[in-house]
Ligand binder design. Structure first.
Ligand code: 5GP
Length: 250
């Protein structure tokens, strides 16, 4: 079914996705675009096929979450790049889970690169480009009025569960889940729901044998010509022929 997107009903334009009002009041239509940014949007390129690949990967991962008891924003992938989702009041926190030390954590603290975190490390950043997503602690998050202690406890428990499910899912296809970022929102009844997206844009993924990067880190490191091949590699390992029929792709 073709979903019409009325640009007058654009609710929010993010760096890689646009969110439109859905036909039902409590739903939105999320359009996954090909835009890719790094450094708080300082560098921006269009990557052909990125929206297509990420929308399908996100739908697939959210379905696996649902199967394992984690509620997500997904209602339906209408067609590649176009997802109907529950309307959520998003919590401006990036919940980051790290299984292996790399990236900003080794730049900010004396962790040795590639050291495993056991148990996984949960970090929360304030999602605000103007302030460059500073790291939060519970006291600051509560003082900002964006969450309660109960919310924080739930976010941590959910983040660990998502990590458990995803680590296994990727292990089964020969990929190490190094770290990832997720976002949550509240539905109209106040339930905390996994929202935004999970895709190679928001995870660090390494091939289990070669340790090759299969994610957006390639773009951050300027290896733009390798990005889509890496995303396709994840796609080919995760999305089955059966899934392709369901999503109406071939
Ligand atoms: P780091 O803090 O090391 O840069 O990132 C940790 C993990 O969270 C990485 O998997 C990275 O992709 C993800 N991440 C952190 N911040 C953002 C963000 O603003 N956007 C996206 N897409 N991912 C992020």
């Amino acid at each position: 079914m073709m979903i019409k997107m009325n640009s007058e009903k654009l609710l929010y334009e993010g760096k890689a996705k646009s969110v439109f009002q859905g036909e039902n009041d409590d739903e939105v239509i999320i359009k996954f675009r090909d835009d890719m940014t790094a450094g708080d949007g300082a560098r921006k390129e269009s990557m052909n096929q990125k929206g297509y690949l990420n929308s399908i990967l996100c739908a697939k991962i959210f379905e696996i979450m649902e199967e394992n008891g984690v509620k997500t924003q997904l209602v339906e992938l209408n067609e590649p790049c176009v997802m109907t989702a529950k309307k959520l009041d998003m919590i401006p926190i990036e919940v980051i889970v790290r299984n292996i030390a790399t990236g900003s954590i080794v730049r900010k603290f004396p962790f040795e690169d590639k050291t495993p975190f056991n148990p996984p490390l949960i970090q929360m950043d304030f999602k605000d480009d103007e302030y460059h997503d500073p790291m939060l602690n519970d006291a600051i998050a509560k003082a900002l009025g964006i969450v309660t202690q109960e919310d924080l406890d739930q976010l941590r428990a959910l983040a660990l569960k998502v990590n458990e499910i995803m680590s296994k899912m990727f292990k089964d296809i020969g990929i190490i889940l190094v770290d990832f970022k997720i976002e949550f929102g509240k539905d109209k009844d106040g339930n905390i729901i996994l929202g935004d997206e999970i895709s190679p844009d928001s995870c660090r993924l390494w091939d289990a044998e070669t340790l090759d990067m299969l994610d957006k880190e390639l773009f951050r490191q300027g290896k733009d010509d390798e990005v889509i091949d890496a995303y396709e590699e994840v796609f080919n390992r995760l999305v089955s022929d059966e899934d392709k029929v369901r999503y109406g792709i071939n």
